[in-house]
Design a protein around this ligand. Sequence first.
Ligand code: ADP
Ligand code: ZN
Length: 739
Amino acid sequence: MFAEVLLEVSIRKPLDYVVPPELISKIAPGCWVEVPLRNRLSRGYVVQLKEHSKVDSPLPLTRLLSDGPIITEDLFQLALFMARYYATPIEKVLRSMLPSGVRKSVSLKRQYLVSRAKTRAELSAVYQELQGKAPQQAKLVEILLTAKGGVLLSELLEEAGAQASSVKALEEKGIVTLSLVRTGESLLVGESYFRTAPKPLRPEQEKALSTICSSLEEGSFTVTLLHGVTGSGKTEVYMQAMQAALAQGKGVLMLVPEIALTTQTIQRLKSRFEQPVAVLHHRLSDGERHEAWNDIRKGVRRIVIGARSAIFSPIPKLGLIIIDEEHEHSYKQTDDTPTYHARDIGIMRGKLCNAAVVLGSATPALESYQNALSGKYKLVTLKERSESAKLPTVHIWDMRPEFAKAKGITLFSDCLLHKIDERMRRGEQTLLFLNRRGFHTTTTCMQCHTVLKCPHCDVTLTFHKSENILSCHLCGYDLAPPKVCPVCKTASMICYRGIGTEKVEAALHVIFPEVRTLRADADTTRHKGALERILHAFRTGKADVMVGTQMMAKGLHFPEVTLVGVLNSDASLNIPDFRAQETVFQLITQVAGRAGRGISPGEVVLQTCLPDHPTIQTASKQDYEAYFAEEIALRRMFGFPPFSHMVKFVFSGPVLEEVQAAAGAWNQAFIAQLPSQFTCHPPLPCGHPKLKDHWRYQLLIRGPSVMGITSIAETLDKKIKLPPSVHRFCDVDPMSTFF
Ligand code: ADP
Ligand code: ZN
């Protein structure tokens, strides 16, 4: 028997290998195998098995690396589709599909857990006794005395600075016990949940559920767009649809934009279902991920929740795919090829395995809503919030008079300050949003007007007061704030301007000396678990006000928040990007959705200098239909998605002239070859024209199909020789034309 194997290394076509007799009964298409290649060993994926090979004396494959197929048939079909659509070699696609732990067959390490074998009182006595006599053992006992449960052996040894022999001695004396655990296992072994029953649905939720269930029963591919305002009970509908799918013996997959902001949803799933839920965290180690992958593949866990790449989970009999907050940009992979969008891939996967696909959002992407209106998707709408919660009242606050009064930029309008004060008196909470982190966002010399920029990127440096550094938000470069201007050498003329979240927090303390604040942005949440800690502190009432960047807008549920302030709601409206308005609308709606989720009604204050802007107006009324009508007309007029497909080619390299020339050559070649329905925009510097010492130019092409563009690109790759230092990157269906 022969196996056709697609290798991990770049060879575009599969190679034939002989299957050794002892592996014939175990091997199947989809298995992950080790094979010889040019005197070395390589890994690959069995595409098919066959009785004959056209190759002269193929080599035998050396090892089977997986017990059974590693990915499902539909996933392999999906990989082939992605390779074509995203113009990416198949082995690169498989690499992003298969977690590295699976590819490298990393097994989960097993570790020892050390637990107390005696009561705390008895241990205290032991501790007294050991002190002086056996200091290492005493230290170990001391740590175990203060630990909540058991401690991992490796951690215990590290903390005590002790040898394993000391632990062994304690074990022999019956003071501690050692047991084997998997590192991935939460130490909250036996974590138990209240089982919650499905809630009786409101009529509009009932309609949504029956729409999804009817496609589940038919077992045919459908896409349902669930358009429901925040808090309208979409998650409840998802859970009941999952129940129906599980009852039919099908697997379910739920995608969320960011797993760390989804702890509440995960808790809800875990307490609803008896079945174990696979949560695909980005923090899983290689071994843990490999194990989760195996559990899913073998059907041990049939409910899977995770972020973008979870769309590739090898769920057998996948029947329901839910993509929550489908409009979120984090579903798009933008920094590496394939530049896939998990929503689009989810729909493709649904098609391949006849699954019901549900897209949920309060602010659907224009593309999705257009597809729903045209009848490609089914549309169900949830207009009301559940329980007593009502949609918040939104005030648009014109900042121009405030700026005139203050003779400059002010952070807070009197209106907002008054309302924050009110909340503090009533013991309610406030959320404040600003889209910039740091303290000041520009640093200028007053003498020569030099603006301090990153030496590696074309961007101003942001001042961070707590760390006392200037830092580049693109590449992470930082330096101590200079005492003299680096250009004109004048002393003490450095002036800071522009406002970030750190400054907002500081200003609040000046205005309200007694205020308790928390700040959640990329700076305060850099460390593992920090975001969870901040959210928990806020939820348990440890602060009156939380200041955050837009990362905080997503899906959080804080019943005590009755006021949301957006300090500069128009900040992103003027970015020259075709999605600028869409992004602002989504952001304001999501942010506003954080207010009034409990018993007390909520209020939102949108501070802006563009109070009459249609996006601000429609967002303040949470009027998606009006916003959609306005925006879709513009997209139609300019022929932007959803009325065309776009492909963005980015050329980058250390020498500006080379980069410009490359973009120019491609532009010329495209103009010569593109059919007339396609438009090639002239090459332009990217939104960030210089990044990490590399200049960047983009070429944007629009037309009726992606493949019409990428197929030409493939020929150009062979025809136009780029200088070795120029890199070409291809972003299919880009989220932004600006970055
Ligand atoms: P969304 O996902 O649309 O933001 P959720 O499903 O989180 O909305 O629902 C918001 C709140 O309303 C939750 O506390 C949820 O338990 C509750 N809820 C949802 N549906 C119902 C219902 N039919 N009856 C009572 N409460 C409900
Ligand atoms: Zn930089």
